[in-house]
Design a protein around this ligand. Structure first.
Ligand SMILES: Cc1ncc(COP(=O)(O)O)c(C=O)c1O
Length: 401
């Protein structure tokens, strides 16, 4: 076999893949699996956005477009940032990519030199550390404690910054724990960062629209003029508009960084898919966009509350109340050391595997997010499924000895 590139050794095999592959195989075999694994809305893309895509195809928008997109989309994104987030980006300060994931990857590639440190608060979205490693950076995980709702404190942040720190990642509301910072808490983190002018901030705001319990969302770059000049603000259509498969992500930021990302993109993918660009602009500017988001948000809030209440009442389970996104992240470690048949439950992976095997409920172990004591459950599913799945988890916990 001809050897692969050295860099392939840097990327970890996802330990959660085995669980999701098994869940899919069970479903295919006709087993009634309750799936709490999916990180995507169970709603369809709003009809007016799909209609705009059909119109784009009919108009012949099937050819190459400028890098990274049509000017209309850049203008619609800049307008959204100005109107909704208080971020005065101009169209030339906007770029797009094939989903939030691709945007983040391009950004790491554009700014990291070997050995540059990236501070990642945990629990974190699984792809951050992998992307950082691929770009030559070094991960510095900053643990968010469950007792503090998984949020890092200003003192912790201050202590974590070294002369090698190049980037701080913030993700609020967050995947996998559903936690979110209040405007005051964000401001306190911003005050720390004002004192570190050599550090860039990547603010991943893709769950911005999914905030609950009256939480007010605030964009990090809006908190101080000096932070606006060194923050990249990431967003996408995936979660808020139920458009995960469309692969539309975007970034606002300082022009020199956006230019660098565009340079990379011009040699990688050129641009995002031609006939998704005008619908992406319409989604942001048509009032029906905001209406559909709000309708979904209300549903998610109700389901999240139900899931959190039910999880919190299970014996030996603690769960931080989700403030956003669509995830609960319960701590199941009180059950570690117990047995399911012959199998010892020793961490979140063995817990998830036994739960799937015995009770046909799919959850994501927190190991890939920096917490081997927790599992992630998505509440982007119906109330009936939530109740059924948690009934089964209750049975499972009772069966452990
Ligand atoms: C925190 C976070 N950032 C970025 C992404 C990537 O989003 P996309 O599907 O648009 O690539 C995800 C997707 O799950 C996410 O949870």
């Amino acid at each position: 076999m001809i050897p692969l590139a050295e860099r392939m050794k840097l990327v970890s095999e996802s330990i959660t893949l085995a669980v999701s592959a098994k869940a899919n195989a069970m479903k295919k075999a006709g087993i009634d699996v309750v799936g709490f694994g999916a990180g995507e809305p169970d709603f369809d893309t709003p009809a007016f956005i799909k209609d705009a895509a059909k119109a784009a195809l009919d108009k012949g928008q099937t050819k190459y477009t400028p890098t990274p997109c049509f000017p209309e989309l850049k203008a619609a994104i800049a307008d959204k940032f100005n109107r909704e987030n208080g971020l005065p980006y101009k169209p030339e300060q906007i770029t797009t990519g094939a989903g939030g994931k691709h945007c983040l990857y391009m950004a790491f590639m554009a700014v990291l030199d070997p050995g540059d440190e990236v501070i990642i608060p945990s629990p974190y979205w699984v792809s951050y550390p992998e992307q950082v490693k691929l770009a030559g950076g070094v991960n510095r995980i900053l643990r968010g404690e469950e007792s503090n709702g998984f949020k890092i404190t200003p003192a912790q942040l201050q202590a974590a910054i070294t002369p090698r720190t190049k980037v701080l990642i913030l993700n609020s509301p967050s995947n996998p724990a559903g936690h979110a910072y209040t405007p005051e808490e964000m401001k306190a983190l911003a005050d720390v960062m004002v004192g570190h002018p050599k550090v860039l901030i990547f603010s991943d705001e893709i769950y911005e629209k999914l905030a609950y319990n009256g939480l007010k969302f605030v964009s990090f770059a809006s908190l101080h003029p000096s932070l606006f000049d060194r923050t990249l603000t990431f967003n996408c259509h995936s979660k808020s508009f139920a458009m995960t498969g469309w692969r539309i992500g975007y970034i606002g930021g300082p022009k020199y960084l956006i230019d660098a990302i565009n340079k990379l993109q011009s040699q990688m993918t050129s641009h995002i898919t031609s006939f998704t660009q005008m619908p992406a602009a319409v989604a942001l500017s048509d009032p029906r966009g905001a209406e559909s988001i709000e309708a979904m948000r209300v549903q998610f809030e109700q389901r999240g509350r139900l899931m959190w209440e039910r999880l919190s009442s299970l014996p030996g389970v603690t769960c931080v109340r989700p403030q956003g996104a669509f995830y609960c992240f319960p701590n199941v470690s009180q059950h570690f050391g117990k047995k399911e048949g012959e199998q010892v439950i020793s961490d979140a992976v063995t817990f998830a595997a036994a739960l799937l095997e015995q009770k046909h409920v799919a959850v994501v172990p927190g190991n890939d997010s920096g917490f081997d004591t927790h599992v992630r459950l998505s509440f982007a599913t119906s109330v009936a499924q939530i109740n059924k799945g948690i009934d089964r988890i209750a049975d499972f916990l009772r069966s452990l000895a």
